[in-house]
Design a protein around this ligand. Structure first.
Ligand code: PGA
Length: 240
């Protein structure tokens, strides 16, 4: 793993944006794997700024998001679809037909998951996958105990994940109990992975994931086995 420690959140975001922009420059029709949450907001801001100043185009880029809630309509302001539209897609020249997000309201979630895997393969696989890390070590919605070989599918969300996410959704009882997520096996097939983490609250789990045993209790620890994984963290997240 390549580990980059930055001064602060802004620098973390800019370093990540640079990696994304290099990928898109080298391959204008690159396939990006995208994440939601607080962590990548600065990355999206930097990518939008690069587009606005004419330094980048996403016209040929394809994207696959990691996950979304089961049962939350896309129109809901808390859906990850909404987050992506607001923070990135609506502000750059990406084509709506190039954007893939799991639909947690699909009638048949198993079919939705299988089709997602097929679309990823049809687009040639993910060139660069952006990840955040949850307080319990999750990546995507792959919670502790998820099989390292898991594929896209429905998962139960942990209490910790639901509590953290309740900061955005109004109340805990409104946070869906399940998610639809790429599996760890799916994520590990990306050519390159960039894991982002910021803040002192991430220091303990980040240390465990990067330096502890590779174990299913800490899903992000599987990244130790990826041949091309860069971790960009701010000084606070590097605290341990
Ligand atoms: P956060 O979430 O970026 O809001 O901290 C990360 C995650 O749960 O993957």
């Amino acid at each position: 793993m390549k580990i980059i420690i930055t001064r602060d959140y802004q620098e973390m975001s800019e370093r990540a944006a640079r990696l994304v922009l290099e990928t898109v420059k080298a391959k204008p029709d690159a396939v990006l794997g995208l994440a939601t949450g607080n962590t990548p907001l600065g990355l999206y801001r930097a990518l939008v700024a690069a587009y606005a100043s004419g330094k980048a185009s996403f016209a040929k880029v394809k994207t696959f998001n990691l996950d979304d809630y089961v049962g939350l309509p896309r129109a809901s302001r808390d859906s990850f679809w909404h987050y992506m539209q607001d923070n990135f897609f609506s502000q750059v020249d990406i084509k709506p037909e190039h954007v893939y997000l799991l639909d947690g309201t699909a009638k048949n979630l198993a079919d939705e998951a299988a089709n997602y895997e097929r679309h990823i393969l049809d687009e040639g696989g993910i060139d660069l996958q952006i990840l955040g890390i949850g307080m319990d070590g999750h990546i995507g919605f792959c919670e502790p105990g998820a099989s390292f070989t898991s594929r896209t599918g429905v998962v139960n969300l942990t209490k910790s994940t639901r509590e953290v996410n309740a900061e955005n959704l109004l109340e805990l009882k409104q946070v869906p109990a399940q998610g639809l997520t790429m599996g760890l096996g799916t994520i590990m097939e990306a050519q390159k992975i960039v894991l982002l983490a910021n803040g002192r609250h991430k220091a303990f789990i980040l240390h465990k994931a990067l330096y502890g045993p590779v174990a299913e209790e800490v899903p992000a620890s599987i990244l130790q086995r990826h041949p091309d994984c860069t971790v960009i963290m701010d000084a606070a997240a590097a605290g341990e």
